[in-house]
Design a protein around this ligand. Structure first.
Ligand SMILES: *[C@@H]1O[C@H](CO)[C@@H](O)[C@H](O)[C@H]1NC(C)=O
Ligand SMILES: *[C@@H]1O[C@H](CO)[C@@H](O)[C@H](O)[C@H]1NC(C)=O
Length: 394
């Protein structure tokens, strides 16, 4: 179905302002596998890493704390999109374990860690209707919300949670809406991943609870901060800005997960608000990320972290990006060109994994291959592609 329409898109008029046409240089941008086959492939991939679960700490040997949370996110989303409950007890037990071990499920004192787990808890609520999971997510949101700079704090130049002065603006743009990376009183870090996670979690909670008066303004402020302060002229999301002295991360720090988490947040925000400005921005960011980003060659296959020989944070980024794209896909079924672009991009990654990087359901971190023996970080990176291929194909 999609393969036929890709042709129509390529030769048809590109009416939208944004060119959403699928590059013909992409490697294998469609897939014929049946739904049941795609579900089995994803479950087999999840089961490989699940065999390495230490349930007492909700962790997997070989990956870090935030990455562990993302394995449970992939499991919950697998069940949500496949309409199954295969991983329900694993996911619910793991989240309850993390929340009982660490306040806000935050082992090391990072707001992004807390929100990786809170987002996993939201996905578990979405997949299983388990309200304890929603409660976990809300508690973490309440904790982190104190670290979002308000408009009043930006004008006052101070916040009660930090002991240094704030620059109300950086490069002429308000710093309101940005979220501090860490709760630590003297830590000045502020970045797109923490702010993008907060945007996304706020938008999900607005839709899950109906309490838009609590969650919507913080979501919008976070989206505006990334839009105004921390995205480059090509619509690729940048990494960090220091809200005390306005120093920035290198312009070359372009990571898939910053753009990916912004995409997920905008997709949900656009739905919850019905405000078309967010859909327009979402479309621009998706087109930039899939067609003009530094993390893929002309074949479309993502190369970020491909050379890793041991785990590091970057190994987990591309999974977050594909998850965000998939959320944009499932929420925009009525926008054909946009859907075809995302579907095609996800299938490029899916076909690369299956054709080039698969060793008996263990996947190499280099999606061009060659296949390797199992590594936890390579497996984590692949999970969201396997899961997203369930929903992003017909
Ligand atoms: C899908 O099936 C068609 C018809 O059998 C075949 O020509 C095409 O190569 C297949 N595409 C993929 C990506 O497997
Ligand atoms: C801020 O807090 C840190 C850590 O407690 C402390 O070392 C530093 O002196 C404080 N700075 C100010 C300006 O109070």
């Amino acid at each position: 179905m999609f393969a036929r329409l890709v042709t129509a898109v390529l030769f048809g008029a590109l009416a939208s302002a944004q060119d959403l046409g699928v590059p013909t240089s992409w490697r294998e941008f469609s897939n014929n596998r049946s739904l049941s086959e795609r579900i089995s492939i994803a479950q087999a991939g999840i089961n490989v890493i699940a065999a390495n679960l230490d349930a007492s700490t909700a962790s997997f040997s070989g990956i870090g704390y935030w990455q562990n949370g993302n394995v449970f996110s992939a499991m919950a989303n697998q069940d949500y999109f496949a309409k199954t409950t295969t991983y329900e007890s694993t996911v619910v037990n793991a989240l309850n374990t993390a929340y009982s071990l660490y306040a806000n499920a935050d082992q090391y004192g990072y707001n992004d860690d807390a929100m990786w787990w809170a987002t996993a808890a939201y996905y578990a609520y979405r997949a299983y209707g388990n309200t304890d999971m929603l409660t976990h997510a809300i508690k973490t949101w309440q904790h982190v919300s104190a670290y979002q700079i308000t408009a009043a704090e930006a004008s006052a130049g101070s916040t009660s949670v930090k002991n240094f002065s704030l620059s109300g603006t950086c490069d002429g743009k308000s710093m309101a809406g940005g979220v501090f990376w860490r709760p630590t009183i003297d830590d000045q870090g502020m970045n797109s991943i923490t702010t993008g996670l907060f945007l996304t979690l706020s938008a999900y909670l607005a839709s899950a609870t109906g309490d838009t008066s609590t969650y919507l303004d913080p979501a919008i402020a976070a989206a505006q901060w990334i839009q105004n302060v921390n995205i480059n002229s090509a619509n690729i999301v940048l990494d960090s800005v220091n809200p005390h002295d306005c120093t920035r991360s290198s312009a070359s720090w372009l990571f898939t997960y910053n753009t990916g988490k912004f995409i997920e947040g905008l997709a949900v925000l656009s739905d919850v608000t019905g405000d078309s400005q967010w859909k327009t921005l979402l479309t621009d960011v998706v087109a930039a990320g899939t067609k003009n980003a530094p993390w893929q060659g002309t074949d479309g296959i993502i190369t970020e972290a491909a050379g890793d020989t041991s785990n590091n944070d970057g190994a987990g980024f591309k999974a977050i990006y594909i998850r965000g794209l998939n959320e944009a896909f499932v929420r925009n079924q009525d926008d054909w060109d946009f859907q075809v672009l995302i579907h095609s991009y996800i299938d490029v990654q899916y076909n690369a994994l299956l054709d080039l990087a698969d060793n008996n359901n263990a996947y190499a971190i280099d999606w061009h291959g060659p296949a390797t023996s199992y590594t936890a970080w390579g497996q984590l990176a692949a999970l969201d592609v396997l899961v997203s291929a369930i929903s992003a194909n017909t």
